[in-house]
Design a protein around this ligand. Structure first.
Ligand SMILES: NC(=O)c1ccc[n+]([C@@H]2O[C@H](COP(=O)([O-])OP(=O)(O)OC[C@H]3O[C@@H](n4cnc5c(N)ncnc54)[C@H](OP(=O)(O)O)[C@@H]3O)[C@@H](O)[C@H]2O)c1
Length: 337
């Protein structure tokens, strides 16, 4: 019997023996429960297409921490974490999906408005379900997950040249730095503790530096034009980054792990003709599929374990609490199968 996991707002965990024990939210995953706006049961022809997926590996990320901790309003009492994961199709009324297909899922309210991947089974509209490339396993897909989508979104707007990645030991930064390094770029990884950044060296990242000091971050002077592109997941180095960029460079702002109110040198942006763009994982399904193919073709099979922090369901509560301290563990991948 499959076990399901409920993580409530305080990250208290209940392991339940049956998915149905999670109550109404989980039952919405059942095709039999499809209802129209008036609450009337829909006929098969009226039911929007769905894909029912058995999650083998759920990934937990910063978004789960933000939602679960109530920073953006209290989560529902029966909140189930997990806004991404990978597994196998159990059932589908969507023509493109068949039982047994290996897929990645994210978005569309997963782990937010609907029970997340930690529930072990999710029912989603087909737009939220992406076929895996033949060369990618469900474990590998959950390992790179939304970080792969963000990295791909950044890569599409970057020109050639050296790339800086902040928060490089974290989940998103590590995947971005690894993909760019394996794609042949000259990558500088910024991480708070370079002495424990051995995985970054093993992932082929050439330069590993500590973040700039407070004084360097707050300074006004321009540095050398070191980077053609940057991925920033922390927000607190943006002022420094803008002053290290090559003329015409692009900074992809992907996260705000340190601050949501970044400081910025307007003068550097203007004089160096910089572009500051937001990147996120909310890509069109065809772009998500393309992103997974790009990553599968770029990373080496031995890279995936260096990107992941493997976890069991019982590890989740401390891991979720620890997000606030962000210890640079890489991508948290929970085995559910
Ligand atoms: N745009 C999107 O679609 C998308 C997708 C995924 C994540 N994100 C965002 O990206 C950010 C990072 O997410 P993540 O999942 O990679 O988180 P994570 O695994 O916790 O990594 C965050 C990293 O940021 C660095 N950091 C520096 N100062 C920090 C501070 N004061 N507090 C916390 N971390 C600090 C650390 O890197 P070092 O250990 O190397 O120093 C840390 O490991 C979050 O803001 C998240 O919301 C956005």
């Amino acid at each position: 019997m499959r076990r399901a996991l409920l993580v409530n707002a305080e990250y208290k965990i209940q392991l339940l023996d049956r998915v149905a024990d999670l109550g109404p939210s989980i039952e919405q995953n059942s095709p039999a429960m499809a209802k129209g706006p008036t609450g009337k049961s829909l006929t098969a022809a009226e039911t929007p297409p769905y894909v029912l997926v058995r999650i083998e590996y759920a990934a937990l990320n910063f978004r789960d921490y933000i939602i679960g901790s109530g920073r953006y309003g209290a989560p529902p009492h029966d909140y189930v974490a997990g806004n991404e994961g990978a597994g196998v199709v159990l059932d589908s009324t969507a023509p493109d999906f068949r039982p047994g297909d290996a897929v990645f899922v994210n978005g569309h309210g997963l782990g937010e408005k609907r029970p997340g991947t930690m529930s072990g089974q999710v029912r989603l509209p087909p737009e939220a379900v992406i076929h895996l490339p033949d060369a990618m396993t469900t474990l590998q897909a959950a390992t790179v997950g939304v970080a792969a989508l963000v990295t791909f979104a950044a890569d599409r707007v970057f020109g050639p040249g050296p790339v800086a990645v902040t928060g490089a030991m974290g989940g998103t930064g590590r995947v971005a730095a690894a993909c760019f390094a394996r794609a042949g770029r000259d990558v500088t990884a910024l991480t708070r503790d370079p002495a424990r950044a051995t995985p970054l060296t093993e992932l082929g990242i050439g330069t590993i530096l500590p973040p700039p000091t407070e004084i360097e971050r707050a300074a006004e002077g321009f540095g050398p034009e070191s980077y053609a592109a940057a991925v920033d997941v922390t927000g607190d180095m943006l002022n420094w980054l803008t002053r290290q960029m090559r003329t015409g460079g692009v900074i992809a702002l992907a996260g705000f792990a340190a601050t949501n109110r970044p400081d910025l040198s307007a003068l550097a942006v203007i004089l160096r003709n910089l572009r500051l763009i937001g990147v996120n994982s909310g890509l069109a399904p065809s772009d998500k599929a393309q992103a997974l193919h790009w990553v599968a073709a770029t990373l080496h099979p031995g890279d995936y374990p260096l990107l992941a922090h493997p976890a069991d369901p019982q590890d989740i509560a401390p891991l979720m609490r620890d997000f606030a301290g962000a210890r640079g563990r890489g991508r948290i991948v929970v085995t559910l199968q």
